[in-house]
Design a protein around this ligand. Structure first.
Ligand code: NAP
Length: 234
């Protein structure tokens, strides 16, 4: 597979290393200050840049008819309009707030747990996420994904970053510490007991491995996809 890396920071470098080890070729790279190679030479683009850059990169891939796998978080308010554009231009986009296969399984468990908890309103849900101090957005895209089934099934109507005691709000605590790769905890607390599920990323390789798997899967398809499609978790 010939890959363009749009964003060539911490994630871009790990993806490059794993891709080359698997026999793939990096034909183009982009970073804030420059680029190498030509996007049009790629079979697929993998986008891990910054919230302000992601949508521009995705649109460029639609125009160039190159499927794009995007892991950049913090631009989700534009997801609907980008999905519409993707359909209009017969483009190909796969977005995941978290490419780790372990996290995808964690999402699945979270959805099941939320559906069970809907009949037990005495438990108050909350989410905590911890990331390295360089992360630009808060809460993490993964925490927002985790909130969705909880908001759908349980009593909170929207998430908040504030620490409040209001059952209509789902508190998300976003902590920034050292070089933490990403820890997410979903907790249901009652006066009697608590239930907690937790995922802890030990390294960035899990995200890179999942993004490469998605890139292999998406070539030849059109439309908007998620990791659920890649892993058959739908
Ligand atoms: N979905 C997932 O599984 C997952 C996992 C980990 C991280 N992420 C997300 O992926 C993104 C990147 O993470 P990272 O750790 O690799 O960040 P990073 O180390 O800061 O790298 C970001 C890269 O994007 C480049 N960039 C910034 N603005 C750009 C622009 N306007 N045009 C082109 N390139 C631009 C930066 O260029 P310079 O090198 O010149 O600064 C850098 O190469 C973040 O949003 C992060 O939250 C997602």
């Amino acid at each position: 597979m010939k890959i363009a890396l749009l964003g060539y920071g911490k994630m871009g470098h790990v993806i490059e290393r794993l891709a080359q080890a698997a026999g793939h070729e990096i034909v183009a790279t982009r970073w804030l200050g420059g680029h190498s190679g030509v996007l049009n030479d790629a079979d697929v683009a993998i986008e891990f840049s910054a919230p302000h850059a992601a949508v521009g990169h995705i649109k460029e891939c639609f125009n160039a008819r190159i499927p794009v796998v995007c892991g950049t978080t913090g631009w989700l308010e534009e997801f609907e309009s980008v999905s519409k554009l993707c359909a209009e231009q017969h483009g190909t986009l796969l977005y995941a707030s978290n490419f780790s296969i372990g996290v995808q399984l964690f999402f699945y468990l979270n959805e099941r747990l939320a559906s069970l908890m809907k009949d037990h309103p005495s438990y108050r849900p909350s989410i905590e996420e911890i990331h390295h101090i360089h992360k630009l957005d808060a809460p993490s895209g993964t925490a927002i994904s985790l909130s969705q089934p909880i908001l759908e099934f349980c009593s909170p109507e929207k998430w908040t970053l504030e620490e409040v005691q209001d059952s209509a709000l789902l508190p998300i605590k976003a902590r920034r510490e050292g070089e933490v790769n990403g820890t997410h905890t979903v907790r249901y607390d009652s006066l009697i007991d608590a239930i907690e599920i937790k995922h802890e990323a030990h390294s960035r390789e899990g995200f890179a491995f999942g993004a490469l798997k998605a890139a292999e899967w998406i070539i030849g398809k059109t439309g908007v996809y998620s990791m659920k499609d890649v892993l058959n978790l739908t």
